[in-house]
Design a protein around this ligand. Structure first.
Ligand code: IPM
Ligand code: MN
Length: 354
């Protein structure tokens, strides 16, 4: 199966982690029926400095013609906030990637790295956050004046329906028996529309229990009893915020992966951490967020649940032997970005070659 994968390395530690993602895809290419071809699609701050645009036309064309996009991170400390990052939004809007899938799973071996006390971790943390990714405040309707500024939180029925349906479908696929909708329906009109549609759609899934939580309360419950949650669906900005909070529960922001998805169309896979200028170029960034984004690519774009599972297990195998500095442990070797990638690649090779 030939697949073209567009590659956007981006800024800061983006290139370092993306190279480790490519390493994993090469192993998949070598040991399975997949045959990957990589095409560069530069974007971000460095590109902006050189060409005056953060997403050159040619990069976007390459992305549109690919089967999936592996994406690093954008942003440079010497640029105004947003100058580089807005390329991400152009891709999300341009490809209509309405699902932002953000799995939050604490590996048992990283339990000691979770900032919560054992009693709050309970049976473990395994939450799938489904964030709406094209509407709400990110629709970019607004204006910035001298004395006032505004943004419109805009939602359509179509926008709510498609993401909520996706979340129910995913919950069913994963065998979850509960889905939590996070909103602010006591205040916000878009949340009132959202909640109404959530309950309409829930009628088609009588086997899945539903729960509504306000965003402020959810932020508390996420650290108080994270084991309560399975699939969580929410609007764009709330999803942005809770996913960073949740990402730290699994030991490090560097562990968290994501997929920006339009089912059946070109989708984009990226770690949740940003360009991390403070550690860029030092070879210490954790590549696991990117490698687990490759797992999501295999599962969501290429319909290969098994290969995705093998990548997941290869990560877990590797974590028993060595780790990057953000999740290090005295008993284990501390590894550089490339060493971590090599170790996971060798574990994956062992799994796929049998
Ligand atoms: C994310 C990021 C982006 C967002 C930024 C960089 C535009 O924080 O993917 O969560 O706000 O969605
Ligand atoms: Mn974010």
């Amino acid at each position: 199966m030939k697949k073209i994968i567009a590659i956007t390395r981006g800024d800061g530690c983006g290139p370092e982690v993306v190279n480790e993602g490519i390493k994993i895809l090469r192993i998949v290419s070598e040991f399975t029926d997949f045959d990957f071809k990589f095409m560069d699609a530069p974007a971000g701050g460095e590109v902006w400095k050189r060409y005056g645009t953060n997403l050159p036309e040619q990069s976007f064309e390459t992305i549109k013609r690919s089967d999936a996009l592996l994406f690093g991170a954008l942003g440079l400390p010497d640029l105004q906030p947003g100058v580089a990052e807005s390329a991400i939004l152009k891709i999300r809007q341009g490809l209509d990637l309405y699902v932002n899938l953000r799995p939050i799973k604490l590996y048992e071996t990283l339990r000691e790295r979770c900032p919560l006390k054992d009693e709050f971790i309970g049976d473990g943390i395994d939450i799938t956050i489904v964030r709406e990714n094209t509407e709400g405040l990110y629709k970019n309707i607004g204006k910035l004046g001298e004395d006032s500024a505004e943004n419109l939180m805009y939602y359509t029925r179509k926008g709510c329906e498609r993401i909520i349906k996706y979340a129910f479908g995913l919950a069913k696929r994963k065998g979850h028996n509960k889905i939590t909708s996070v909103d602010k329906a006591n205040i916000l009109k878009p949340s009132q529309l959202w909640r109404k549609i959530f309950h309409e759609i829930s009628k088609n899934y009588s086997e899945i229990e539903t729960e509504d939580i306000y965003i402020d309360a959810f932020c508390q419950w996420l650290i108080r009893a994270p084991f309560k949650f399975q699939t969580v669906v929410t609007e764009n900005m709330f999803g942005d915020i809770i996913s960073d909070e949740a990402a730290f529960l699994i030991g490090s922001l560097g562990m968290a992966s994501s997929g920006n998805i339009h089912p059946g169309k070109v989708s984009m896979y990226e770690p949740i951490h940003g360009s991390a200028p403070d550690i860029a170029g030092k070879g210490i960034a954790n590549p696991i967020g990117t490698i687990l984004s490759v797992k999501l690519m295999m599962q969501e774009s290429f319909n290969s649940l098994e290969i995705g599972d093998e990548i997941d297990k290869a990560v877990e195998d590797a974590l028993h032997e060595g780790r990057t500095v953000d999740i290090t442990n005295k008993r284990l070797k501390t590894l550089s970005t490339t060493e971590m990638g090599d170790l996971i690649a060798s574990k994956l090779k062992n799994r796929l070659k049998v």
